[in-house]
Design a protein around this ligand. Structure first.
Ligand code: HEM
Length: 468
């Protein structure tokens, strides 16, 4: 009797297993999916993406299939989008249908209640608070503080060979710390810095939570970081002084109070979002200025004009000075375009979506390809040429998105630009730098940066008549 039952049970099990797949196939068989190849079963086109340069992987498929195509990467069906109008639909006009999506390990490390991972009412409440602490009106008072950091860093580079990326990371990290915790740095800061450094070592590791693995060590640091932040939050709550920075704004949240873990996740989230990004862009700025000496001289002369006024008036660099740097600002804009350090972002369809005449099933990933749009000759003629003058006229709407677009766009864009301007002001008038590698090349870690992080030799600028 038992022997007869076994095949019946096996068939029932198989039917139960395959039924949902059949129903999904049946439901979608008449639908028009985007063109493209899903590659091999399960592995899809993952190997191709990892063995090719990611930019050529995308551009080859874009040429073959058009601005919307499907592929299959890391076990996920994906739709790639490289038309500005379609990207706007995903990020802005129908953003509620496409939620942000990150690997669970990243969510665990940063903290699930951080802004990036959220949608809806909680996201918009938090976004307003985070935006408020990075508005020009909120950060204009930080110019002196940021300048102090620059003036402490630059002399340590003099006559030294430095790794540009590593130095820029240290700089952007210090700026992130003051913008998060305010100007009155606490005793806890050194501990927080140390724990954050342990945490970030795990960001790009395999999510294997076993003793000794980088992921395990990172998660341990994350727990300790939570404890330290919780104590700091308690101290600030008890003192009744919220003090400055993002922490002050989050502690002062009016309508509905934020709890400690919501505050901690967002503090760590902002430090994460603020420093590797800005450091990678600054590394590219130094590379492009190095490779375009005429441009470097023009930027220097813009900065020298401002420096001269500052010295004559015996004052410090101000917010208003940073608004009078049009060429330097265009160099930053063009670097953001050409380097496109966030080549794309990830969203996931929250339901079946009819999109630009195609069907996108619920659960599929949707990736607006910022880099492809920034490198499209229709919007940016000779896209591979570094030419800041192209920004003398504003780009066509929705074609320039280095800080994203829509509900999840970057709240830190003004701070990022400000810290780049302040550093470039002092660097260009005082120093010169020479790249130590002859060969160009890119490394990913995870953002694209010049090979080996751009080692440079820094020397004082010849015939430098200005002092500060
Ligand atoms: C040059 C440097 C930077 C670049 C290129 C950059 C780029 C971006 C982009 C493209 C997004 C949108 C991602 C998406 O739509 O999925 C984003 C989001 C974000 N950025 Fe930045 N960012 C930079 C610096 C900063 C800084 C300095 C801060 C903090 C002060 C910051 C905080 C954030 C946060 C919190 C989000 C998430 C917003 C949300 O989900 O609503 N970023 N950034």
């Amino acid at each position: 009797m038992m022997v007869m039952l076994i095949p019946v049970l096996l068939w029932s099990f198989l039917i139960l297993l395959l039924l949902p797949l059949f129903l999904q196939w049946h439901h979608s068989k008449d639908k028009r999916f985007p063109p493209g190849s899903m590659g091999w079963p399960y592995i899809g086109e993952t190997l191709k993406l990892y063995t090719e340069n990611p930019n050529s992987f995308f551009s080859k498929r874009q040429k073959r299939f058009g601005n919307i195509f499907k592929t299959h990467i890391l076990g996920c069906p994906c739709v790639m989008i490289s038309s500005p109008e379609a990207a706007r639909v995903v990020l802005v006009t129908r953003a509620h249908l496409f939620k942000p999506t990150y690997p669970t390990s990243k969510e665990k490390m940063i903290g699930p209640e951080a802004l990036f991972f959220q949608q809806g009412a909680y996201h918009s409440r938090l976004k307003k608070l985070v935006q408020a602490s990075f508005l020009p009106s909120a950060i204009r008072g930080s110019v002196s503080e940021i300048e102090q950091i620059v003036l402490a860093f630059l002399p340590t580079w003099k006559y030294a060979t430095i790794n540009t990326l590593q130095e820029m990371k240290r700089y952007a990290f210090d700026v992130a710390m003051i913008s998060v915790f305010g100007e009155n740095q606490h005793l806890e800061m050194e501990g927080i810095k140390h724990l954050y450094r342990c945490l970030e070592k795990g960001y790009n590791s395999m999510p294997l939570d076993l003793p000794g693995t980088p992921f395990h060590k990172a998660m341990k640091a994350r727990k300790q970081l939570n404890e330290t932040l919780r104590r700091l939050i308690e101290k600030r709550r008890e003192s009744g002084k919220q003090e400055g920075g993002l922490l002050g704004v989050l502690l002062g949240a009016k309508d509905e109070k934020l709890n400690d873990s919501q505050i901690a996740d967002n503090i760590i989230g902002v430090i994460f979002a603020a420093h590797d990004t800005t450091a990678s862009v600054l590394t590219w700025v130094l590379k492009y200025l190095h490779d375009n000496q005429d441009l470097l001289e023009a930027v220097t002369s813009e900065q020298e004009g401002i420096r001269r006024e500052i010295i004559e008036a015996n004052r410090r660099l101000t917010w208003d000075d940073t608004r009078r740097m049009p060429l330097t600002s265009r160099v930053i804009q063009e670097t953001l375009r050409i380097a496109s350090i966030l080549s794309f972002t990830f969203r996931e369809a929250v339901e079946d979506v009819e999109f630009e005449g195609y069907f996108i099933p619920r659960g599929w990933k949707v990736l607006p390809l910022f880099r492809s749009i920034h490198h499209c000759a229709d919007f940016f003629p000779q896209p591979e040429k570094f030419d800041p003058s192209r920004f003398e006229v504003p780009p066509r709407p929705n074609t320039y998105m280095p800080f994203g677009n829509g509900v999840h766009s970057c709240p830190g864009s003004e701070l990022a630009k400000l810290e780049m301007l302040i550093l470039l002001h002092h660097l260009t008038v005082t120093y010169r730098w020479k790249a130590m590698e002859d060969e160009d090349g890119i490394q990913y870690g995870p953002f694209p940066v010049p090979k080996r992080g751009l080692p440079i030799r820094v020397t004082p600028r010849p015939r430098n008549k200005l002092t500060h």
